[in-house]
Ligand binder design. Sequence first.
Ligand code: 2DE
Ligand code: MG
Ligand code: MG
Ligand code: MG
Ligand code: MG
Length: 319
Amino acid sequence: MNLMDIYQELKDDITAIEQELYRSIDSNYALISETSSHLLKAGGKRIRPVFVLLGGKSGAYDIERLKHVAVALELIHMATLVHDDVIDNAETRRGKPTVKAKWDNRVAMYTGDFILAQALARVTHLANPRVHQILSKAMVDMCVGEIEQIQALYQWNQSLKTYFMRIKRKTALLIAVSCQLGGLVCDAPERVVHALYRYGYYVGMAFQITDDILDFTGSEQQLGKPAGSDLRQGNITLPVLASFKDPAIREKIISEFKSGTPDMPKIINLIKQSGGIAVAKTIAQRYLEKARQSLEDLQAVYSKKTLIKITDFIEQRTY
Ligand code: 2DE
Ligand code: MG
Ligand code: MG
Ligand code: MG
Ligand code: MG
């Protein structure tokens, strides 16, 4: 199964959204046009717009409304990434220099703000106040999640629950909301909108767990950054927490960090040996199974088939 097949089905609408994205961040000011289109031009999966459109297929599909939601969600996602790269001091994203690397932190902060403001301008096209409530709540929760993530850095004793809460806020919520709003703006029945939210939440959890696994198993070329970057920066993810089940491995990893010069290749090997990656994969699969179950009583067969294909893609994804 290939993600391209899914995009093929939605091709015309995805192309229209892509154009709208560029239009949204266009500005009379050359510098802001350049900085805010920089990440857009670097590519990306546009998975949130895809989820919005598929959510819409469960109701009375209306691209005129869906495109505003899809553009807003992709812009919100982009704004968070531009800010995130400042916080994480990241040099590259999607294989290109980050905004903060190409320009500087100040330019990146305002670029993120500008992109977020354009996202908000987009949602003004939608009259339903629930859309605004859902979106702003998601953004508030994401901010809370990122602050909590700072507090959890290098906290070797944190629980799995802390981790799951964090990835819910940082990734799963926005994906859940993408599916939910697609259904909502196309007047899908409440029960279906709820099912879409559940689906998106579970898929989002699996998506982030897979991302966290890839940070250890991917090559520098695939990742666009060195393997083990999350942990090197103190972000303790599921493969690490799972490896801690073995107290000897836990001790070795912590003492590498206490030395002040952690040997990342060695740590990555320890995590692989411990079976921590395998445990994380199993948990991701469980979330994907729940995602599939959430769709069980969804009427619109068209989007159901495609949404299930996406769960298969996440299960196998290598990028
Ligand atoms: C990526 O996480 C970041 C996700 C959420 C960022 C949220 C912010 C607060 P990673 P990668 C910045 C909300 C901001 C708004 C609403 C503008 O783990 O590996 O750092 O892709 O991901 O860097
Ligand atoms: Mg980051
Ligand atoms: Mg981050
Ligand atoms: Mg990551
Ligand atoms: Mg990522």
